[in-house]
Design a protein. Structure first.
Length: 335
């Protein structure tokens, strides 16, 4: 009897130590990591996800705690951020209860629909194809947008938070809601005074951003293009040619580029292209809406390669500006 009591005491002590070890186990890492439990995952899949993200030792401990506390595969579907120092018990509890951590998605500096869907698809569970389908259906049902290419007018650059599991439809609805909040009565009235729709304003803003990264030049460039539109002139905007060609690294536009057949080639087509050539910033849209009056209709990059521009109201002055710039390009061997 004494021997059995001693054995039981030893077993109890071992279990107590093991329990203390489990309760005290913490995520030993320098940075937070995400554990993603995909839709339809099996228990083996959950285990693999935890091992992959958290390491085999801590990940196994979290998995076993999740499993013995009746881990629910449906409820646990989601994405969970595990911070350094998080106890295994806390990690298993959060995943078991489905307490997801939102993902942060920065949507900026994007030119094409594929750019957008890939960027967003890398952050949420939905695939780029599913996102594209949801966005296209949304725009098709909205009379403000006549074609999928106008997606960039419906999206505002920003950092957004979504749940990893959020449906593409809800994500798209949220983005368009942000657009609608931005286009308040004041901005809509300013656009109407200019004789432009919000899509057209966004299209001009996108060209302006591609023309210059100098924010203080944006209002002047915006007015220049509106002056050309008012006079029935072709925009002849180099960034639209780059978009039409599909080569955004072009440093010099040549005759062969100007001949490309595309509705985005503003050297061949009069008026605005079908939609924005990038997702424009809020500030650039406001620069268009509040552009000051001037009589410039020509612009050319400055020959000092500062990224700034020389503006002109007459063609002879523009020719001189362009000649200086072309000479500098030749000197640098930029063809």
């Amino acid at each position: 009897m004494k021997r059995w009591i001693i054995v039981l005491l030893i077993i109890t002590a071992v279990l107590a130590v093991a329990g203390i070890t489990i309760l005290s186990a913490r995520f030993d890492a320098e940075v937070a990591v995400r554990v993603n439990i995909p839709r339809g995952a099996t228990k083996a899949g959950v285990r693999d996800s935890m091992h992959s993200a958290l390491g085999s030792s801590y990940g196994e401990l979290v998995y076993r705690l999740w499993d013995i506390t009746a881990g629910d595969l449906v409820k646990s579907h989601g994405s969970y951020l595990v911070e350094p120092g998080t106890s295994a018990v806390a990690a298993a509890h959060r995943i078991g209860k489905g307490y997801q951590t939102p993902v942060r998605v920065t949507l900026n500096n994007m030119r094409t629909l594929d750019d957008f869907t890939r960027r967003l698809g890398a952050k949420i569970e939905a695939t780029p194809a599913e996102i594209k389908r949801a966005l296209t259906q949304k725009l098709d049902a909205d009379p403000r947008f006549s074609r999928p290419e106008q997606f960039a007018a419906a999206i505002l650059p920003d950092t957004y938070e979504f749940y990893w599991t959020e449906s593409p439809d809800k994500v798209v609805d949220r983005l368009v809601d942000e657009h609608d909040s931005f286009w308040n009565k004041d901005r809509l009235a300013k656009a109407a005074d200019l004789g432009l729709t919000p899509v057209q304003v966004a299209t001009i803003a996108s060209i302006v951003e591609e023309e210059s990264n100098k924010r203080d030049e944006h209002p002047a460039i915006a007015r220049l293009y509106m002056n050309r539109l008012d006079r029935g002139m072709k925009l002849q905007a180099d960034p639209t040619v780059k978009f039409a060609v599909g080569d955004f690294k072009l440093r010099r536009i040549t005759g062969k580029h100007l001949k490309v057949q595309s509705p985005y080639n503003t050297y061949k087509n009069t008026g605005l292209p079908p939609g924005p050539i990038r997702i424009p910033k809020r500030a650039t849209i406001d620069a268009v809406l509040n552009a000051p009056d001037h009589n410039y209709i020509y612009m050319c990059a400055k020959e000092d390669f500062s990224g700034r521009h020389n503006f002109a109201a007459d063609y002879s002055t523009h020719k001189r500006n362009a000649a200086r710039y072309q000479a500098k390009l030749n000197k640098r061997g930029i063809r």
